[in-house]
Structures are given as structure tokens and as C-alpha cells.
Ligand binder design. Structure first.
Ligand SMILES: NC(=O)c1ccc[n+]([C@@H]2O[C@H](COP(=O)([O-])OP(=O)(O)OC[C@H]3O[C@@H](n4cnc5c(N)ncnc54)[C@H](O)[C@@H]3O)[C@@H](O)[C@H]2O)c1
Length: 349
């Protein structure tokens, strides 16, 4: 079992990676532990948690709402939870974000443990302490920064994931490579076909390197005052494109990373060779969503996407560019400047 520790302004958290499946029954035996999961995960793995009181969500993003949180609070109340209780979130990023938010706000904070079961949640969302729900159509606009006590990651769970979910996670792993690790980028360049085939060794290495990158950033900047903003690479436009163009998360982020890399090259921050390498990897993983080609969303939806993004501050937007493979720079630029760059890039094709 590999162990990593996050120690930051948010507190501490221990991440364990390895074959934890067999020891899950013991979690159910923790005094006053309760489980939050979703229907899909419950139908595949509920036998691992015999005896645990559980709240089962409908799968999907629609569950990330205040009304779900209210239902969970009512359950917590019925179950007479107190601060000695532990809440276990077992599932993908949706379950993790909801579990963290409900636990961190009920009675001003109950301890919680996350057991992520999707590639996205193992490589990204379970690490770092962002919890939250969507509100008024904006993603994750209500939430807290609270670290789980433990994150227990077993790549074995990924074997039951559909391909689209593998791709959603792959986009986050590529993001980590592009902002922080030329080594991970080289690994993905070589191993992407095995990643898509759910090769266990490749998944394990990609997840481990991703969480090492993310936890190191979170240790230095828990509350996103500076360096942590780099993790938004491909997400400023990605989130909004996901909604406005009905793309999967992975496709939207891949598209937005492709776009941000091109912008970076246009501004002479990124070399043409590095750009070619990035576009090739994205095209291999996401053949339909990468490149400024026929799959290009209308220019207007990109403008609208940038305007919609909640990270926009007044007339400025913090945009994450690349200055090399493994190097990100965050620049605060006036919104009209981003719009001009978008137009420029569309004109040049
Ligand atoms: N907190 C953060 O830092 C952070 C970072 C990135 C993303 N997120 C959030 O994460 C969410 C997306 O997470 P996700 O991609 O894991 O989606 P998800 O939680 O919706 O899971 C995707 C689907 O896979 C199913 N599933 C889960 N585990 C499975 C398994 N082992 N086998 C088969 N099916 C399984 C789920 O039931 C669901 O249908 C978004 O809401 C996003 O905002 C949070």
C-alpha cells in the first residue's frame, strides 16, 4: 500500500493507494460510520459494506444539489450522528463532493473518508479538499475546503468503469501532466492505448503520479490563492462548454486544453514542437473533440462559455496558459483580450 500525506493550511489527510478492497468491511465496523454512495456503485459493490447504514443517491451530476444535501442532513439527524461519527463516501466525484460538503457542514464538521471509484475521482477530485454542490446552473458554486481524513484508492474498482468514464479521468491526468510533469506526459504519450484498455499497471502509475502532483500543489496552496489556480487549466472554458455544447466532461476539457495550448503558442509562450506533441496526445485520446477542425464549437459558444465561467472576476479572467510541457502560467487578462484571442485563433483556422 502506497501512502501519501497532505499537510496544508486545510489540515492533514492521508491517501492510501493499493488493494484496499478486502479491508473495506472493517470500515463498516467503525463505530457510528455511515455510507454515502450512488445506485450504480451500490449495485456493483454493496456487498463490501454489509451492515453499514447507507444513503444511496441517483447517479449523475443532477444529484449535486442543495436538495440532496437537505435529504442527507435529515438522514444524519435520524441516525443521531455526532462528531464521533464518520461519513464514508464511496463512489465517483459526485459522491465525493456531496459527501464532503454534507459532512463538513453538519454539526460544523464530521470526519469523512473517501473511497473514489472512478478514474476522475481517484486521479483528481478525491484529493485536495474541495467539496460542493451546483447552484443556479453554476458548477460547484457552493462548497467548502475540507480535507477528508483518509482517501482510500484501489484501482481495481476501475475495471467496471465504462470507456467514457475512463476518458473523463484521462483528461484530468493529461491536465496534471501538462501543468506539472513532462515525465507523466512522456508516459501518457507511450501508454495511452493501454490506459484506454484499463491496463492495471498503467492505471496505477497514472493515478499515483496524478495524486502526487495534485497533493504537492495543495500542500503549498490549500485555498487556491496562487499556484493551485494552475489546476484550472482547461476548465475555465471546459466547464461551460460541457454545459453549452452537451459534451462529456473529458471531451470538453480536452477541447479546452487543446484550445489553451494553441493560445499559448500564439502568444509565444509555448513552442510549436511542444504544441504538436500536446495536440497529438489529445487527438489520440479524444479523436472527436480535439483540434480546431469540423468539431469546433461555434465561436459564439466559446465567448458565452468564457463569460459564464464563475472564475471570471469583474472584467478580468484568470486564464491558465502553458509555457512548456509541464509548465503552467496563470495570467489575469481583460475579458475582451481573451475574446480577441479567440477570434484571432478562429480566423487563422
Ligand atoms: N472536488 C474536486 O476537486 C473535483 C475535481 C474534479 C471534478 N469534481 C467533480 O467530480 C464530478 C465528476 O466525477 P466523476 O467523473 O467521478 O463522475 P460520477 O461521480 O458522476 O461518476 C460517473 C459514473 O460512473 C459510475 N461509477 C462510479 N464508479 C463506478 C465503478 N467503479 N464502476 C462502474 N461505474 C461506476 C457512477 O455511478 C456514474 O454513473 C463532477 O461533479 C465534478 O464537478 C470535483
Amino acid at each position: 500500500l502506497k501512502e501519501l500525506r497532505i499537510s496544508s493550511s486545510l489540515g492533514t489527510s492521508t491517501i492510501c493507494l493499493g488493494p484496499i478492497r478486502r479491508s473495506l468491511e472493517q470500515l463498516g465496523a467503525i463505530q457510528k460510520s455511515v455510507l454515502i454512495t450512488d445506485r450504480n456503485v451500490a449495485s456493483l459493490y454493496s456487498h463490501l459494506f454489509l451492515g453499514c447504514r447507507s444513503f444511496i443517491l441517483s447517479p449523475g451530476e443532477e444529484s449535486k444539489s442543495l436538495s440532496t444535501i437537505e435529504k442527507i442532513y435529515r438522514k444524519f439527524f435520524d441516525w443521531r450522528l455526532d462528531r464521533s461519527s464518520t461519513v464514508i463516501g464511496f463512489g465517483g466525484g459526485v459522491v465525493g463532493d456531496i459527501t464532503g460538503f454534507a459532512a463538513s457542514t453538519y454539526l460544523r464538521g464530521l470526519p469523512f473518508i473517501l473511497i473514489p471509484t472512478t478514474l476522475l475521482s481517484q486521479a483528481d477530485s478525491s484529493v485536495g479538499g474541495k467539496t460542493g454542490v451546483n447552484f443556479l446552473g453554476y458548477k460547484n458554486i457552493i462548497g467548502t475546503f475540507t480535507l477528508p481524513r483518509f482517501v482510500l484508492i484501489d484501482p481495481c474498482f476501475l475495471q467496471t468503469l465504462p470507456e467514457e468514464e475512463i476518458l473523463n479521468g484521462a483528461a484530468e491526468i493529461v491536465k496534471h501532466a501538462l501543468i506539472a510533469s513532462p515525465g507523466l506526459f512522456r508516459f501518457l504519450k507511450k501508454e495511452w492505448p493501454r490506459l484506454l484498455r484499463k491496463d492495471k499497471a498503467v492505471l496505477k502509475k497514472a493515478v499515483l503520479t496524478s495524486i502526487q502532483i495534485k497533493s504537492a500543489i495543495v500542500c503549498r496552496d490549500g485555498k487556491e490563492k496562487g499556484e493551485r489556480r494552475k489546476l484550472n487549466f482547461g476548465h475555465t472554458l471546459g466547464h461551460a462548454l460541457e454545459k453549452s455544447c452537451a459534451l462529456s466532461h473529458g471531451q470538453a476539457v480536452a477541447w479546452a486544453m487543446d484550445f489553451a495550448a494553441r493560445l499559448s503558442c500564439r502568444l509565444n509562450l509555448l513552442s510549436p514542437d511542444d504544441l504538436t506533441g500536446i495536440l497529438t496526445l489529445l487527438k489520440n485520446l479524444f479523436p472527436s473533440s480535439s483540434s480546431l477542425s469540423s468539431s469546433l464549437p461555434p465561436k459564439e459558444s466559446l465567448h458565452a462559455a468564457a463569460r459564464l465561467d464563475k472564475k471570471r472576476e469583474a472584467e478580468d479572467i484568470r486564464f491558465v496558459f502553458l509555457s512548456g510541457i509541464g509548465k503552467a502560467v496563470v495570467k489575469k487578462i481583460p475579458y475582451f483580450e481573451l475574446e480577441r484571442l479567440i477570434d484571432d485563433l478562429y480566423q487563422s483556422g
